[in-house]
Ligand binder design. Sequence first.
Ligand code: PLP
Length: 385
Amino acid sequence: MDRKIYLDHAATTPVDPRVAEAMMPFFTECFGNPSSQHSFGRDAKETVESVRGQIALLINADPDEIVFTSGGTESDNFAIKGSAFANMNRGRHIITTAIEHHAVLDPCSFLERFGFETTYIPVNSNGIIDPADIENAITDRTILVSVMHANNEMGSIQPISEISSITKKRGIPFHTDAVQTFGHIPVDVKQLGVDMLSISGHKIYGPKGIGVIYIKKGTKITPFMHGGGQERGLRSSTLNVPGIAGLGKAAEIAASLIDTEPGRQIALRDYFIKILAENPGDLKLNGHPVQRLPNNINISFNNTDGEYLMAGMDIAGIACSTGSACSSGGSGPSHVLHAMGLSDRMVGCSIRLTIGRSTTSKEIDTAAEIIAALVKKARAMTPNF
Ligand code: PLP
């Protein structure tokens, strides 16, 4: 094979060369601290504020509802711990789902040490939650609901606006982790009806180490980092100006592609699934067949060790991830696939293939051929895996 094939875009994306170019001046000539009162500072601040306005426009928010963070993990931690601290006198009950990223699950279990309780809403076999379960779980002590927009492992998209009509009625803050959706499918905070929303730069061909939390005006939240008072005192620390410039460019490019790229990826995704179903066949698509991210394929190949498959693909120059290892950044077998009712064996048989902007149908043909050969070999070696 002349070129490696990258099919792990849910883990991270390459920085678009236009993004790298947009970042460069902020390391050297425009290096000022945006908090400084002189022209160096003002120049940096101008860029920060223009990106703030741009992100706000893209998600239908106001600029002063945008706070820059170090990425999706920080935004999730901020939403959960910040809401918990701000509302602990009102109650100590959080509702989330069994399929969240660890950046949501772990802050919840951390808070349990301080007397908070978490209800983990289950999902159906397609990985979708029932909004009625949220409604039934709400108590007088509930101070936050957090449900991810789309799942990073199996791509299912959740009924966020249906959930927000419930949380609004009950006056409960609602957070969504939109790390896998922002820049990939339309994200509008007013349509979704959320109070807080997490975004990450490196999932949209931007740099690592930059993210955003949208915090709707009037939402009670305790500052996440204390110090110099940046970001209106909500998130101290000198702003990552190169990262913010890169995020701005990445978001601008993503917005210019939002009408065309999802459709292209859906066509490639469905073609990939179809040819794998023909050869090697005997597989199960995990996640909702249609209500799923355009780029996500999560498949269990019967009688095939996913780890073996991933290692074989890696040797052949193809990158993917498995449900048995750390596709979500956590450790151990996928809690997401388990929550959907997959047996340990089927979780062990799963791999995640996530396509990207540069993925071609030729790459998919090549990858499918290699996967089919590896699966057949695995099945012949260990027919009862
Ligand atoms: N939330 C989801 C759904 C993710 O997929 C990820 C990254 O894998 C994160 C949060 C964490 O984002 P970051 O890597 O920017 O901290």
